[in-house]
Design a protein around this ligand. Structure first.
Ligand SMILES: *Cc1c(COP(=O)(O)O)cnc(C)c1O
Length: 431
């Protein structure tokens, strides 16, 4: 949806000059908006024990992660590289939650060394983990509300988590192996904009956690209700009411854990925290009519793949084209792929060559999902700082980056002659 009034007020007055001096394309993020969202989430839980761990994958740029860490946010990592990044930023111990899927033993060892709060995604990974972390948590398979969700998979077909019916047994096994502290993790919605549904999904995990803890005879230190809160991408959609969501979560916590210490609540939102606080700034470089009205811009889906990849809607505006007649346009990039379109049949004031065109809501899963196909390199990332400055927090990629991993002198690898010979023989006789 259109960027917030505050972001617009901070960005638009400097945009013309910025573009003239810096060029396009680039993503720019609004530090004020990001910290305000994080603070509002924390404030909604009041004095109750709560911590939000930003999902690094959504926007893994150090300056933004530092901003969030300084606000007291933790980080949610899902890969060795994300763990390394968190470590480099000074995130330590339970600042980090590690929620990976299909986890290799070496990855587990790294997370253990980092002292992260580790979620076991299945029994196999748990059974071979040695030693166990101080706190053992399992991820529950999508169940209840999430059953049938295309993104997560239903309970019978998902690749995520331990089936709800096998959880108690998993915790008993952990206790037998000497574990004394426990958590539970459930992420059962994705880009969920309906606050009631998101709350029901979270309450489900809390209630399941209470049942399983009683059954297995353990005390839960925390319930991690995951990320997946949605943001309004379409104009006219309403942001979810986070306070109402938090109230429902806290009420369920009180209800489900009436005696003894209730577990603290963790979240690992990405999109909800940074998504609305970024835009991709491009320039119109080509206006064509090919049966369709086409506005070509100087960014491609390599800078933002959601529209091309999932058909996701991103709002588009031309901030300096007010008053022009409106028409219906396809906004396209330059990849040799027909899906490289930011919008199809979009009503816009008529774009002209040289116009600045903004693609909204690129603060999460935007630059991070970028790639370099066709040599369309990833653009820079800028930050509109709290004091009104503008910083380059990631430069645009260059030709040297594009080739950084290529070997100009191919490196022969040590392959034993005995291993090569039968292969050659097979090739002569075979297909
Ligand atoms: C992707 C992911 C998140 C963050 O999702 P958002 O939609 O950005 O909130 C959190 N936790 C896990 C396990 C994830 O896979």
């Amino acid at each position: 949806m259109p960027i917030s009034e505050g972001f617009a007020r901070r960005l638009l007055p400097v945009l013309d000059e910025l573009v003239a001096g810096y060029g396009t394309p680039f993503h720019i993020y609004d530090a004020h908006g990001i910290t305000a969202t994080h603070r509002a989430m924390t404030a909604a839980f009041g004095d109750e024990p709560f911590r939000q761990h930003f999902a690094v994958k959504a926007l893994p740029t150090p300056a933004v992660l530092e901003l969030l860490l300084a606000e007291g946010s933790g980080l949610d990592c899902a890969s060795p590289v994300e763990l390394e990044l968190a470590g480099r930023l000074g995130a330590r111990g339970d600042d980090v939650v590690f929620t990976s899927n299909n986890t290799a033993p070496a990855e587990y060892d790294l997370a253990l060394k980092a002292g992260a709060l580790i979620t076991f995604d299945d029994r196999t990974i748990f059974d071979r983990a040695d030693p166990l972390p101080e706190t053992v948590a399992f991820r529950v398979s999508p169940h209840g509300l999430a059953a049938g969700s295309a993104l997560m998979g239903d309970a019978a077909h998902t690749k995520f988590g331990v089936p709800a019916g096998e959880l108690a047994d998993a915790y008993r096994a952990a206790r037998r192996r000497g574990a004394t502290r426990f958590g539970i993790h459930g992420m059962i919605c994705a880009n969920e904009l309906d606050g009631n549904r998101a709350a029901r999904a979270a309450v489900d995990v809390i209630e399941l956690g209470a049942r399983v803890a009683a059954e297995a005879g353990i005390t839960l230190d925390y319930v991690n209700i995951g990320g997946g809160l949605g943001i309004p991408y379409q104009p006219g959609e309403t942001p979810l009411d986070f306070q109402a969501f938090a109230n429902a979560v806290l009420a369920a916590r009180r209800r489900s854990f009436p005696r003894g210490p209730a577990p603290r609540i963790l979240m690992e939102c990405g999109r909800y925290v940074t998504g609305p606080h970024g835009v991709l700034v491009t320039r119109v470089v080509n206006r064509a009519r090919k049966g369709r009205e086409i506005a070509g811009v100087d960014a491609s889906m390599s800078a933002l793949m959601r529209p091309g990849f999932y058909g996701a809607y991103h709002h588009i505006s031309l901030p300096f084209a007010a008053g022009r007649p409106e028409g219906t346009f396809d906004v396209v990039g330059s990849l040799c792929e027909n899906m490289d379109k930011f919008a199809i049949d979009r009503t816009l004031p008529e774009p002209r060559e040289g116009d600045i065109l903004l693609v909204h809501d690129t603060g999460a899963h935007g630059h991070a999902m970028g790639f370099t196909y066709n040599g369309r390199l990833r653009p820079a990332e800028l930050l509109l700082t709290a004091d009104g400055g503008i910083e380059e927090i990631r430069r645009a990629e260059t030709f040297a980056d594009y080739l950084a991993t290529a070997r100009w002198q191919p490196e022969p690898l040590p392959v034993a002659a005995s291993a090569r010979a039968p292969h050659r023989k097979q090739a002569t006789h075979g297909d």
